[in-house]
Design a protein around this ligand. Structure first.
Ligand code: GTP
Ligand code: MG
Length: 304
């Protein structure tokens, strides 16, 4: 039997569900998710391997009108991931009208010349009639309202419930040629552990954050150590630095008596212990660093 493999990029506006879909395709959480736009800031690879195929799926930052250097860089990362892959999946939301942002991204996808699939996500959040109407409009004349130009396939699904995801996987695999194992069978992501730790802590910190705060937070692991306890248990200890842009934000992140930061840290730790299969210790400090989003040297240091 032939083994098929290849690379697929997920693109779309912020918040359409790209990271959720990556996690569902891979079957493990590799990318953080939030209901705030512009959560993903770097390209993240997820890997799904079966007996007959390997899909390397690239999660990208949502493409948006940039207001900071960080925004410019994240957009560029998404654009870079459009070429040099076998398939591009453009995600839109079933429960929201198509807007200028979607049309802009669709034009970029078509320009790339890469075989493309239009994924209509969040079908669980709207009714069947609306989904069918959306699909009919998408397949209509290219310049008609509701069309995004011509895609090789249209797949309605729910990244959240998994409904329809097998259909997308089949569409992707059918466009792959015979190929190698790009990653060993047990690998699900290319990210180092320290990146996952920083991202999960950021996810917990932005989960109940309001207004601009989610955008102002950056998390980095500055130090890592593997310790053995007296009883012989291994503990993975990470020193995390949370950056915010203003003093007032520092207070909000830490919370009254440190409660908020503690709760976020605990929640991240529990999830990390499950994912890494080891005991985890997080040691976290919060620093104010005005304009970290606008300064190239800061972004370089943060790997952003
Ligand atoms: N109802 C519903 N919600 C979903 C679905 N997929 C994702 N979401 C929600 O949509 C929000 C955004 O999901 P993400 O996966 O973070 O979106 P994203 O496209 O990666 O966003 P950026 O990283 O900001 O570009 C979260 O609140 C998800 O829980 C879905 O199939 N159904
Ligand atoms: Mg994302």
């Amino acid at each position: 039997m032939t083994f098929r493999s290849g690379f697929v990029t997920l693109v779309g506006r912020p918040n359409v569900g790209k990271s959720t879909l990556v996690n569902t395709i891979v079957g493990r959480k590799v990318a953080i998710v939030s209901d705030r736009p512009q959560t993903t800031r770097t390209e993240i690879r997820g890997v799904r391997t079966t007996a007959t195929s390997q899909i390397v799926v690239l999660d990208t930052p949502g493409i948006h009108k940039p207001r900071t250097l960080l925004g410019e860089r994240t957009n560029q990362r998404a654009l870079d991931a459009l070429g040099s892959v076998d398939v591009v999946c453009m995600l839109i939301e079933a429960n929201r009208p198509i807007g200028p942002g979607d049309r802009h991204i669709a034009a970029l996808v078509h320009e790339s010349g890469t075989p493309s699939i239009c994924v209509v996500n969040k079908v669980d959040a709207t009714d069947r009639g609306a989904i069918i109407e959306r699909l009919v409009a998408l397949g209509g004349p290219i310049d008609a309202e509701g069309s995004l130009g011509s895609f090789a396939a249209y797949v309605p699904l729910s990244a959240k419930t998994g409904d329809g995801v097998d259909g997308l996987i089949a569409e992707i695999e059918s466009r792959f040629d015979e190929g190698p194992h790009y990653y060993p069978d047990d690998v699900v992501t290319d990210q180092p552990e320290t990146f996952l730790v920083a991202e999960l802590l950021r996810e917990k910190l932005i989960a109940d954050a309001r207004d601009e705060l989610p955008h102002s937070i950056a998390v980095m692991v500055e130090d890592f150590e593997e310790r053995t306890t007296k009883t012989g248990d291994i503990v993975l200890a990470f020193r995390c630095v949370v950056r915010v842009e203003r003093d007032s934000q520092k207070g909000i992140v830490i919370g009254h008596g440190g409660e908020r930061l503690k709760a976020a840290g605990q929640s991240a730790r529990h999830e990390l212990e499950r994912l890494l299969g080891a005991r985890v210790h997080l040691d976290t400090v919060v620093r104010v660093d005005p304009d970290w989003q606008r300064r190239a040297n800061r972004l370089d240091r943060l790997g952003l």
